[in-house]
Write a protein that binds this ligand. Structure first.
Ligand SMILES: [Zn+2]
Length: 329
């Protein structure tokens, strides 16, 4: 009997990750490719589909790819389209589900915001198992938030709920954000925002740092994490500032969402307590009395940072289960 598989895809500003998974969430194969460097979104989608087809074929003919799910920034869930994502190289409305389905031979494809995919993955395979109300905050090139209320993902009127990164941190002025506004949270706590904080610290102080002789475009958030683990003071201070800003923003977010827990997912969270200690401290000192000691703040506990791809795979299974299965075994 054919073994059915789905593809789970996570499209980040820098890297695209994908897995082939069975209905239990077991990953049979995985891969990554760069998100940037393609002539058009159409070309990117065709290369991604080809990679997935090749990966599926490498598992042998007993496997059959029946659906795909994709998480990406700024997705209109109902339309399956990416809409003006500030952190992707293509502008306007991008028909993500439609193009992937076409290039994958017509299988059903669904798309949702990457933070929603990660929230679903955490709910099915991680620390949010059994939870009805929680937030999943994703940190990377951008900053997003999946909102789960009453056990369901909140999509909002336009499919765009949870644009946490574009809430104001600096209400007047502040750093330019990729969305066109100034002062958004994302310009401070995304991977790029952390590099900007490090840059500001270098300009403001005479503290020695291993970054003093490096051009800024050569530094990324993972370099700041490694330098912090070696005790670089400016790198440590960058984490303290980032954790504090994020902790204060989370304190505001719990006041309107009233979650049982807030989970954190994405590159900068790999540094663990470097980020989480100042984050928890800032949360406790700024959250309201109802929440400050009563909301769980934890890193995603899905294995190998796979919350988003497994959540996307879970969406694909749901999509597959909704279509008629005429003639399938
Ligand atoms: Zn913004």
């Amino acid at each position: 009997m054919m073994r059915k598989l789905v593809a789970g895809i996570d499209i980040g500003g820098t890297t695209t990750s994908y897995v082939l998974a069975d209905s239990e969430g077991n990953v049979l194969a995985d891969g990554t490719m760069p998100t940037c460097g393609f002539g058009s979104f159409d070309e990117y989608a065709s290369v991604l589909a080809l990679r997935i087809k090749e990966l599926s074929e490498s598992l042998g003919s007993v496997h059959s790819l029946v659906a795909a799910g994709a998480g990406a920034p700024s997705v209109d869930f109902a339309a399956g389209e990416i809409v003006s994502a500030p952190n992707l190289p293509w502008k306007g409305r991008l028909p993500l589900s439609g193009l992937l389905s076409e290039y994958l031979g017509g299988i059903p494809v669904c798309a949702d915001n990457d933070a929603n995919a990660a929230a679903l993955g955490e709910m099915m395979f991680g620390g949010a198992c059994g939870m009805k109300n929680f937030l999943m905050i994703t940190l990377g090139t951008g900053v997003g938030c999946g909102i789960v209320a009453g056990g369901e993902i909140v999509h909002g009127e336009r499919g765009m709920a949870g644009e946490f990164g574009h809430m104001a941190y600096e209400r007047h002025g502040g750093r330019q954000c990729g969305c066109g506004r100034k002062g958004c949270l994302e310009a401070y706590v995304s991977a790029k925002g952390m590099v900007r904080t490090l840059s500001a610290l270098m300009a403001e102080t005479h503290e020695d740092s291993e970054f003093r002789n490096l051009p800024f475009n050569a530094i990324d958030a993972s370099d700041i994490a490694s330098a912090a683990s070696r005790g670089d003071r400016l790198a440590l201070e960058t984490f303290r500032i980032t954790g504090r800003i994020l902790g204060e923003a989370v304190a505001d977010a719990v006041a309107f969402a009233d979650p049982q827990a807030v989970f954190f997912f994405g590159g900068p969270t790999a540094s663990g307590d470097l980020l989480m200690s100042p984050l928890r401290e800032a949360f406790r000192s700024s959250a309201g009395p109802l929440w400050k000691d009563n909301v769980i703040l934890e890193l995603s506990s899905v294995d190998a940072g796979r919350a988003a791809v497994l959540g996307a795979a879970a969406m694909a299974w749901k999509k597959h289960s909704m279509r008629p299965h005429i003639g399938e075994n």
